[in-house]
Every structure is written in C-alpha cells, then in structure tokens.
Design a protein around this ligand. Structure first.
Ligand code: GDP
Ligand code: IMO
Ligand code: MG
Length: 422
C-alpha cells in the first residue's frame, strides 16, 4: 500500500521534516514529481540537512529511497547532493534508487529558464532557475532525455539534437548562453556518468514488486498544492502536478494502491516567487513571521512572503487531494502573538467555489476571524494535553472547518519537536 504526503499551500510547509519523521513506518520513500526546485529540510540531533532531489527517508537505515519517473533530475546538482549526503553519514549508495524514466535537466534547460524569466520582466514567475519548466516542456514535447538514455550509444547525438533546438530559442531571446554552457557541459556529462554508478531501475516494476511483497511506501510530494500546474494560481505555478493524483503518474501506480493521503500545512502561509497571495502581510506582523519562522528559501535563500492562514485555499487543496489527515506545522512561530487571524472566506465568492478561475486577475479580499493567542513557548512541549488551552481551541476550530482531523502538530524543526494528537 502507498500513503501520500504532500504540501497543501505554496510549498515549504515542512514536508522534509515530516517525511523523515514518518519514515520508520515505511520501507520505501519515493519522490514523484518536481526536481531540484525543491528544498526539503530535516533536522536530526541539531544537525540540519537540505535535500533537493533525494527523498527524505535517506537518513534511515534499510529504507529504499526512490526518485520516481515524474521527477526531473539535474545530474550536476544531484551528484553534489549525493556527495554532501554521504558526507553527512547517509548510506546513499545502498539506499538510493533512480528511475530510468526520470527526465534529465540539461545545462541549456537552466539557461532557458533564465532567458524566459528575463524576457517576462515584471511578469516573471520568480522560478528557482533550476530549469524545471523547460525540462517538463521537452518531456511533454517528446524531445526530452531520460536517465536510461545515458546507456545508449546515441546519447551524445540525442543531447546535440535537443541542444540545437534550445539554441534557436536562445537566439529568439537574444540570450548570451555560450560561455556558461561551455563551462557546464563537461561537468554535466561527468555527472551523468557518475549517476550510472547508482541503482537505476525500471521504477514502475520495481515499486510494484515492493508492493506485492507487502512493503509500505510513502510517496513524498514536492512544492505545494497551490503551485500545481493545473490547479494552482496559473501561470504562477510550477510545471508538475503536486496533488495526490500526481503520485499515480509520477510513480506508475494505479489509484487503487493509494491508501492514506496526509496533507501538511503551516499555521500561517508563505510563498516564494510571484503570484497571488490573498492573505499576504506587508507589515510588521509579516516581518515577525518571516524572522521567527526563518522564512528564507532552503533552495534559493530568497525571503519568503508571509501571511495569515488561508482556509478557502487550504480547503481547496484538501478537496483536490482527498486529504485524510492533516499535519499542522510551525505552530511554535505563533507563540507570543496576542491575536491570531485566519481567512475564513473571500468577499463576494460563493461558499461552494471559493477559489475563482482567475486568481491573478481578481483582487480577493479575505474575511478574517480572530483567535486569542498564547504566550507560552510551545516548542518545548511534547504532549498534546500540555499545549495551551487557546491553542487547542484553535486546533479544534481548524479541524471542524476543514472536516479533516489533525493528527500531528509540529512545534519546531527537529525530529523530536513533534506532537502526536491521538
Ligand atoms: P519543505 O520544502 O516542505 O520540506 O519545507 P522547507 O524545508 O523548505 O521549509 C520548512 C522550514 O521550516 C525548514 O527550515 C524547517 O527546518 C523548518 N521547520 C519545519 N517544521 C517546523 C516547525 O514546526 N517549527 C519551526 N519553527 N520550524 C520548522
Ligand atoms: P518545496 O518542495 C516553494 C515556486 C518558485 C516559483 C514557482 C515556479 O521545497 O516546497 P519553478 O522553479 O518550479 O519553475 O518555480 O514555484 N517553487 C517553490 N516554492 N517551495 C518549493 O519546493 C518550490 N518549488 C518551486 O518559487 O514561484
Ligand atoms: Mg522547501
């Protein structure tokens, strides 16, 4: 059986921490979409680790960590990540499996991402510049290169063919690519060779064999539901399907194997990059959340935009993924705030359809509800009943509003700072 763990907001909800926390219950952790645009932070015994492409079960012995077919891989970045993770003590050689059908991010994809963002000017998406969109474009355009293609004697020719097309696009953008491309190319081919020394598998068969043998699989999402290519605030989205359905195509799984879907959300909201953010706070409170929550991107270091919890958006994400259980993250950041707010609705939107078709073209005015805060430092608490009364009332309200139970509450970045509600 497969359980899915995914983010319900704009990414950076704390998926890495929770995937690592839950891994002892699983035999396999599998990433199903996205690429090194992700930055998943884990904190173990005071040591912080950031994973971009490697699944977050890698620090557990005897766990299979599979990079699925739906993921896009930059060999240069994955090599550096593997070396860093081995140095941090993980058994990457033993535990990492890579799908042969995962698509490769070419050096020119990274440059195309930059060229496209430059050309958009004010309208730029604020991408992570990791080449995500150009790589998925080549995948759907049926001209991409996959991990398994590196075994073919035609590999260099395939690369050249893809590059020729990219060069015509650089010319269109009048983008200066030659110097950077020359610098990256040999490193890229070396990294492709390096990755051939790891276990590359036909992941759909591999995973089904695990399931048949009774193994338990955790599918780890990247990004967040509101960045989903189809249902996020298009065009300010990423280029993959981040909702639970993405786990089926991103791993080659039939829907019948999906058991439980767990959705993670922060007790407030953050967003990196451009696009609509109805509850954004451009004031002292926004800065308080950024500072106290260390809201700076794990991948790019960019300051994250911050705002109050947005329930219409959260409920939309719960609906899209059929979420069975919620996990609330970073509740500790709210300690010390006198009055906490959460958006219950947007003015003028119907109850049934709170997220309008064109979020970009509409100014959404949130209707807020206020909650009394708590002063206690909850990051040291480990028992649900020991949490402040006002905080538990806030949790009860969220559960009733979302009609989904909150099973876990995270009160700090460390593995240990995690409270089971039941
Ligand atoms: P991910 O992309 O969803 O894995 O999340 P990120 O790792 O990008 O961002 C989450 C950040 O919050 C990281 O710096 C985590 O170490 C940190 N974090 C996770 N859970 C908590 C929590 O409950 N409280 C606090 N204060 N920080 C947390
Ligand atoms: P994790 O897995 C937060 C955002 C970018 C940009 C948009 C498109 O750590 O939660 P892309 O590079 O994908 O073309 O950028 O998506 N974005 C993320 N924001 N967390 C992430 O991943 C993100 N991955 C992409 O900032 O707005
Ligand atoms: Mg992140």
């Amino acid at each position: 059986m497969v359980d899915v763990l995914l983010g319900l907001q704009w990414g950076d909800e704390g998926k890495g921490k929770i995937a690592d926390f839950l891994t002892p219950n699983y035999d396999v952790v599998a990433r199903f979409q996205g690429g090194p645009n992700a930055g998943h932070s884990l904190e173990i015994n005071g040591m912080k680790h950031v994973l971009n492409t490697i699944p977050s079960g890698i620090f557990h012995e005897n766990c299979i960590n599979l990079i699925g077919n739906g993921v896009v891989i930059d060999p240069i970045l994955l090599r550096a990540e593997i070396e860093k993770t081995i140095a941090a003590g993980a058994d990457v050689r033993g535990g990492l499996y890579i799908s042969k059908k995962a698509h490769l991010i070419l050096p020119s994809h990274r440059l195309l991402d930059a060229a496209s963002e430059n050309a958009k000017g004010e309208q730029k998406i604020g991408s992570t510049l990791r080449g995500i969109s150009p790589t998925y474009q080549d995948k759907t355009g049926r001209s991409g290169l996959r991990v398994g293609d590196a075994d073919s004697p035609e590999f260099k020719a395939l690369y050249q063919k893809a590059l020729e097309k990219h060069i015509s696009v650089f010319r269109y953008y009048q983008f200066d690519y030659e110097e950077t491309l020359k610098n990256l190319e040999s490193e890229w081919f070396e990294a492709v060779e390096y990755l051939r020394g790891f276990k590359q598998v036909n992941s759909e068969f591999f995973l089904h064999r695990q399931i048949k043998a009774g193994k338990k699989v955790l599918a780890e999402g990247a990004q967040g539901s509101l960045l989903d290519l189809d249902f996020g605030s298009y065009p300010f989205v990423t280029s993959s399907n981040t909702i639970s359905g993405g786990a089926c195509v991103g791993l080659g799984l039939a829907p019948k194997y999906i058991n439980k879907v767990t959705g993670i959300f922060k007790a407030y909201c953050t967003r990196v990059g451009s696009g609509p953010f109805p509850t954004e706070l451009n004031d002292d409170m926004g800065q308080f959340l950024r500072d106290k929550g260390h809201e700076y991107g794990a991948t790019t270091g960019r300051p994250r935009r911050t705002g109050w919890l947005d329930l219409p958006a959260l409920k939309y994400a719960i609906m899209l993924s059929g979420v069975d259980e919620l996990i609330m993250m970073k509740a500790d950041v709210l300690s010390g705030i006198d009055t906490i707010q959460a958006a219950l609705a947007y003015e003028g939107c119907s109850d049934e359809e709170q997220c309008p078709f064109n979020m970009q073209g509409t100014t959404l005015t949130p209707e807020y509800k206020s909650f009394p805060g708590w002063q206690e430092d909850i990051s040291v608490i480990r028992e649900y009943q020991a949490l402040p009364e006002t905080f538990r009332q806030y949790i009860d309200f969220m559960e009733a509003e979302c009609e989904v139970p909150i099973g876990v509450i995270s009160v700090g970045p460390d593995r240990e700072q995690t409270i089971m509600k039941k």
